[in-house]
Design a protein around this ligand. Structure first.
Ligand code: ZN
Length: 315
């Protein structure tokens, strides 16, 4: 069976090069009775392209498996940033995930955020937002926002319950009438994949994780697979290299623990071959959340490592 589906292409402004700025939103009707409308988005940050790949891989499953309710897919939330492989929107250098609810009379990214709020966020009852590393670092954790059972059902080993939420995100940004947060719609932010690596294993995990969350939400039939032993961290320490050069990692794998002053990696000059900087684990007892899994070129201040602090972690 093939589920009923349609693609909405919504114009929200015109660009200086004469093209239309549009959102591509797919809507799939599950055909197995009433249920919530689930929204799945990717590439809110344009250089995080594992999410769009996961959504692409979900497409044949979601269109061919009967389920309850509807699923809306926004595979590329920030198309101009995505095409340029940029975290921020090239037109105005703004971070889309700090501009919600947006402003239809504002600059380009404000208009984009307003269009996403009106056409997507306000029309869904559950939100899965897929983030990743870029083409340099790789990341592996899931945020617990307001739907711990769904976050856990994704199946990652490490979860993060932030002590406070930053403003202007898809979760916290106020939309026309309400915030997604205040509206109380269950929301999960996934961080998975990235790096100069084959993304296929991360795409497979992403597909399995989303299907498992859909089962936990009773949108898909069947019981969700039980997650592996999980750790919930309350604090994440980011470590950015102060020097630019080759970043050569010595850290344990993502999801592995790291203690004391252990070396995370070294920045080595591509020109003189000398070690410019030794980067060390910043917490007494940590767990690897973001890392460089191949020898990557970094600029000073780029994303280096993220280590979850196990001092106040929950199991
Ligand atoms: Zn992101």
């Amino acid at each position: 069976m093939v589920n009923e589906h349609k693609l909405e292409v919504r114009k929200f402004t015109s660009m200086a090069d004469g093209t239309d700025a549009v959102l591509h939103i797919h809507e799939i009707v599950g055909g197995a009775g009433d249920g919530p409308t689930v929204g799945i988005s990717g590439a809110i940050h344009g250089d995080e392209n594992t999410g769009p790949q996961i959504i692409r891989a979900l497409w044949p499953i979601l269109t061919q498996t009967p389920f309850k309710g509807r699923i809306k897919l926004l595979p590329v939330a920030n198309p101009r940033a995505f095409a340029a492989n940029n975290r921020f929107t090239p037109v105005d250098q703004l971070n889309l995930n700090r501009q919600f609810p947006g402003d239809p009379h504002g600059c380009y990214t404000d208009q984009l955020a307003a269009a996403i709020a009106g056409e997507f966020l306000e029309k869904i009852d559950i939100h899965f937002d897929l983030h990743s590393g870029t083409d340099r670092p790789t990341v592996d954790y899931v945020y617990i926002m307001n739907a711990e059972n769904l976050s856990r059902a994704f199946g990652s080993r490490v979860l993060y319950r932030p002590k406070e939420n930053v403003g202007g995100t898809t979760f916290s940004g106020t939309t026309k009438s309400v915030t997604v947060d205040k509206r109380g719609i269950p929301a999960v932010v996934v961080e998975l994949g990235g790096g100069i690596l084959d993304q296929a294993p991360y795409v497979r995990r992403g597909v399995d994780g989303v299907i498992n969350m859909l089962k936990a939400a009773r949108v898909f039939d069947g019981d969700p697979a039980p997650p592996p032993p999980q750790i919930v961290v309350r604090g994440i320490e980011g470590v950015r290299p102060k020097q630019g050069g080759w970043l050569e990692t010595e850290a344990p794998a993502l999801g592995e623990e790291i203690a004391g002053e252990a070396v995370l990696g070294r920045v080595v000059s591509p020109f003189t071959f000398e070690t410019l900087e030794v980067i060390r684990n910043p917490v007494e007892k940590g767990i690897m959340i973001l890392s460089h899994l191949s020898r990557n070129l970094v600029e000073p201040g780029d994303y280096g490592y993220m280590v979850g602090d196990l001092a106040e972690a929950e199991t």
